[in-house]
Each structure stands twice: as structure tokens, then as C-alpha cells.
Design a protein around this ligand. Sequence first.
Ligand code: BGC
Length: 768
Amino acid sequence: MDINATMKKMTLEEKAMLCSGLNDHFTKPIPRLDIPSVDVEDGPHGLRKQMGEDTLGRHPGTCFPSDVALASSWNPDVARCVGEALSRECLAADVSVLLGPAMNIKRSPLCGRNFEYYSEDPFQSGTMAAAYVQGLQSQGTGACMKHFAANNQEFLRMHIDAEIDERALREIYLTGFEIVVKEAHPWAVMAAYNRLNGAYCTESRRLLTDILRDEWGFDGIAMSDWGAVNIREDALAAGLELEMPTSGGYGDRRIVAAVREGRLQEEVLDVAVERMLRFIDKATKAKRDVNVDRQSQHAAAVKAAEECIVLLKNDRNTLPLKKQGIIAVIGGMAETPRYQGGGSSNVAVEQVDIPLEEMRGRAGDAKVLYAEGYVTERNDIMFQLVVPECPCEYPDGQRIAEAVSAAKKADCAVVFAGLPESYESEGGDRKHLRIPEGQTALIEAVAAVQPNTVVVLNNGAPVEMPWLGDVAAVVESYVCGQGFGRAVSRVLFGEVNPSGKLAETFPKSLSDTPADFPALAPDLETTIYREGILVGYRYYDAKEIQPLFPFGHGLSYTTFAYSGLRLGSDAIFDDETLEVALDVANTGEMAGAEVVQFYVAKQGTAIFRPVAELKGFAKVFLKPGETKQVSVHLPPRAFSWYDPEKASWVVEAGGYEIRAAASSRDIRAVAVLTVSNRTPEMPRFDRNSSIGSVIRHPAGREVMHKLLEGFVATSFMNQDGQDPAVLTDVILDRFSDMTLKSLKMLSAQTPMEVVDHLVDALNKAVNR
Ligand code: BGC
């Protein structure tokens, strides 16, 4: 497309119309100028192409593990393969952009849409999402990262104001998006419904232009979440090119009027139109002669799911199951698994692997008994709207008795449980962290008669497990896509060694969680992120709260030994990248994969910062007895914090620990590093500077020491005739939180000029 020539031919009305949708999912074509329409569809873990006017009429698609599960693989290659497979379906269905990845931070486990989000950690989230975007776009389908930004709750999501301090915004809520923009160059971003610090995200120039484009270099288009635009001309001026879906021409008319009335410069519209044309041009270049082989897509979904499943607990090596004796499979979710979440991401699947059938198929000589235990909710939103209560909300005495009798006869019991769709979905948050009471009662009853009870969970976010101490093993499989049934049965029987780890903390109870979540106070229309940067493990570590399962936790059927942690250098400057390597050995008897996590912890920090932060990870596959090296590099950003006063990332000089860990609470090796500032910061002291901040600088300490020593030697403080030099040091440290001004209090005769001279002398000395 000759973009310049096309733009010259466009009327004002045509320019405006290009900036909004034709209908639910298409952009507007302009046949006169050969501008085609482009199809943008949901996303993220399957293609949900809408057919016709009926919102429930959908093109069949493969349902891959949702983002919570993908994140648990800790393998960017898995996310990349899922992106590639999805891209094939999009190309075949003439879809140009898939609306994903969804990558908001899991601020609270209550958020109803957590199943669609990756992690509580921005580095983990951004790294996994970037790989997904690379996979998708490498085949010719664009990605649209969403929801930008701070859409961390579903309650009042259309207008809630997320009030977030600048540091938390940068360090926690924006970093993931930044990683995706810089590493994967997504074609599009979706501006969230909510407000952020007072401004609607769709109208925030700061977000859409200053940060996204000017700071990060984003070169795609920004579209609104569906129906998120308020004042169309303001959104356009802020940097929102595309309003979705159609506004029936209303938004276009507002743009035209604003230009005519001089409230909006036509050049602003031109910039948006040019970006739209580039986007459309790119979208129409993809080769679409792709055949989708449903079987290989399904196989890809199974393979991905196998890496996502997390083994949380496995006492006495209860798992893998033996293919002999009697196995009692219990729970309606074994027949009707919950393999995807509810809402815009819901895919119309053609094939679903049923766990019970898959287990029967690979049980070998074992006899499989089945008891329903509870009635499962139908995974059907229309059904749930008319049935007010989940059928397993209350214990079902008869079904539980049948399950107990099966469990008694068996050598082990595998109970399938978790969250029904009505408990968590787009558009609503959870009120508590419990699974339905009917399932809790079932697990407790089965565990009371069967010591080898295994619980398999399907859920999109953490749940409380009051029965954890009574069961032998727990498998967290999240909402793991249409291949879940096969994947989980292969894990249960040891055909696949589990290798997933949690990308979020499982708290013991809701009261342990960091966020003061608004669902508990429904009258609030502002959510104040009071916990600041202490999100997820950052909070549990800072408050020394023992979680149920920590961030990064996941077991294997084999064991791994870490050794030889080594740094490229033990001293670097703040603009250098550190290479880190470690050897990992498989010390067990089964092939398996280990996710090694690298946390950076500042020693003796002068600022408020998390105890340790994830800054690198690597997954390594090892045969029994095999050792391999894993390595990561830690760029300056890994040591930085965001200083709102300077409006920039700052590396604090000093000592750092590099921790190689199997989870955030299982540190296996530590190496120490010194980071120096290439251009040390020049401090400026004044009367109200603390003595502590002065004596941290050797030159400052020297000046203070000289000044005080004479005074100390002769003052009442030296009654015992101590060495004045030693005593001076003691006094300086003891009074480090007092200000320079307060030195005047040492003696009534000290005039304020002395303090002024001291301030001058200090500034000269430390800046020399
Ligand atoms: C959701 C988006 C989705 C869009 C289109 C919105 O309600 O928040 O994630 O992509 O609908 O279906």
C-alpha cells in the first residue's frame, strides 16, 4: 500500500472512520481506496472467532492451556509454540490479530480473571508473554497485549480508578508490558477499561504516548478494550488509534466535529491514520494458505499442558500411580473437567480429553473404580445464569458415601476437584478462596479412609486447602486446555514427569494476602494499591508470612542438585551486564526438568525494597545422572529500582546476593557481587539531612568526626575518660537518625552559623 498517496486521497470523514470498528471484531474497509477490513479476535489461549451476529456462534478452535497454566511451565519455548500453533489457526480463519496475551499482574488471588493472566511477578509475566507474542507474530498473526494497564480486578472494571504510586506502577504493573514491547514488538496494545490515577486508560496520554511510545518505542496501534472509549477525540489525542468495537459512527462524528471546530488538530488524526494504514498493510501481507490439522493442534495442546502441571505435594512418593491394584477415581470433574475459563477467552472446542477415560486407558493392570462424589456444574455460561447456585455448593451425602466406599476398596484414590466456572470468570471477582463446600467435604471424607489420596485441582487461581495435611499428594493443573485430561493422566501414571512451578503464591488464607481487595467493600470506586511494591512473594517475604506454597514451588518425580554457582565477575559497574551460571544435576532415577530461579537481593539497602526479586530463570531437561549448565544474564535493570523523584531507573551501589533457587523459599546457592556507580551520585546536604545520610559517605564521616571529636573529648559525654575517637564514632552511629540542625542542641551556645558552615564543608568534602 502506498500509505502517503492513500492518505492524500482521504477525506476527513474517511480518516475518522478508519479509527473505529465496523462491527464487533472488524475494522472498517474503505473500498474506494482499496483499504481492506482487518479481523481482530479473542484470544488469548485459543481462537474464538465470532460467526455472524450471534455472540455465541463461534468458529471451532483449539483450546490451549490458559495463561496461568502457561506461566507455570516457566518455559518460554512452550509459550512460543502455543503462539505459533494459534497463529496457524488465525491465518486459516482469516484473522489478523489475536487479542492476547492478557498480562495483568495477579495483585490478589480474588481477581476473577487471574486464570487469563500470567504471574504475580512482572519479569516472569513479561518474559513468558514476550515468547508467546514472538511465536504468534513469527507466523504472521499480530498480537495485542492487554489490558494496559492495571486492570487487576473485575469488580467495577469498566470505571474503577486504580490508585497506584509511581514506583509500584513502574516496578510491578508496567514492567511486563515494557518487556513485551521491547523484546517482541507486538502489533497492538489494548487500553484497559479502568482509570489509572484518575485518567481513563483509553484517554491517558501519559500511558499511551509518553510511556508506551516515547519511552519504550512501541510502534504498533493502540485499540480500546471493547466499549472502553468515553470521549473519542480525547482518546485519539492521547494516542488511541482504534476504538473497538463499532460505535455506530458516534465516535467518528465526534472526531470530525472536533477537527472542524479546531479542538483537535488534523495532524493528530493524520498520525493515527498513518499508523492504522501501516497496521492494515502489515496485516494483509500474511500468507494465508495454511491448513490446520486438528489432530496436530490437539497434540500441541496436550504437549503444552504436560509442561504446565504443577506437583505441589507428593508424600511417600504416592505419585506416580502404579499400574496395578485398584485406583478409585473420584469427582465429577474427572468426567467434566474445567479446562478453560469463562468470558471473552472461551473457545468453542471440538475435542476434549476426559481425565477418567484417559486414566482408564493407561491404567494397565490396575482396576479403575469411579464415583462421582458431587454433581459438576455445566461449563456453560447461559446455563449458569439461570441456575443460581453451583450444584456442588453443599455436601451430597449419598454421593460422598459412594465415593468413600470406592476409596475404601482401592489402593489409592484420585479426587478431581476445583473451582466451577461460576466461581471465577471475566466480569466478576471471587469472594473467598475456597472450593465448593461439597468438594471439601468429599476430599475430607475420602482422605479419612484412604491414606493414599491424591487431589487433582482445576482452578484459575489459588484456593485454600484445609485438607492439605490429610492427603498424600496434590496436583495443581489450573485450567489447562482441551488436552488436560490426557496430560494429567500421563503425569499421574509417570509417563510424564511434572515440571511446572507456581507463578504465584498460594496463601494459607485470604487474610494473609497483601491487597486490600475492593470486592470486600463494594461501595468503593477507587482501589488504592496500599501494598505498593509488596505484591505476591515480595509481600510474604517482607512480612515473613509462611505461604501454603511459595512462588516458584513445584516438585518432580526426580531430584536435582545445584552446584558451582558462578558470576562472570564479582564486581561490576551499574551499566554492565552480569553473566551467571550454575550446574544442575539430575540425581534421581527418572528423566525430568528443573526450573532454576535467580533472585537478586540487595545487602543492606538504603531504600525500601523487596527482600529479593526474580530477575532470571531457566528450565533445564536432564536424563538421570546427567548434569547441565544453566546460565542467565542480569542486565542493569536487574539491580535497579524506580526512583519517582528522578523519574528514572536507578542502580543502588553496594553488595548484592545472587540467589539460585528452586523456589522463592528454597534457596540452593548464593554468590555475592559488588555493584558500583560508574558516575557516583553527588549528594547535596542541607540542615535537615540526617547524620546517617552524611556518615554513609567516608568524606562526610571524616568531616563530622573532626568536628565532634574535640567537643566530645571535653564534654560531659566523656566522663569515663574514654578514647574520644572511639566515643565519637559511637555517638555518630547512635544519633544517625537526627538531623544536622539538631547538632545545635549539643550546646546552647552553638550558633546556627556553625551548622551552616558544617553543611558547606560537608558538601565540599563529599563532592571533591
Ligand atoms: C475483554 C477483552 C476482550 C474484548 C473482546 C472485553 O470485554 O476485556 O479482553 O478482548 O472484550 O471480546
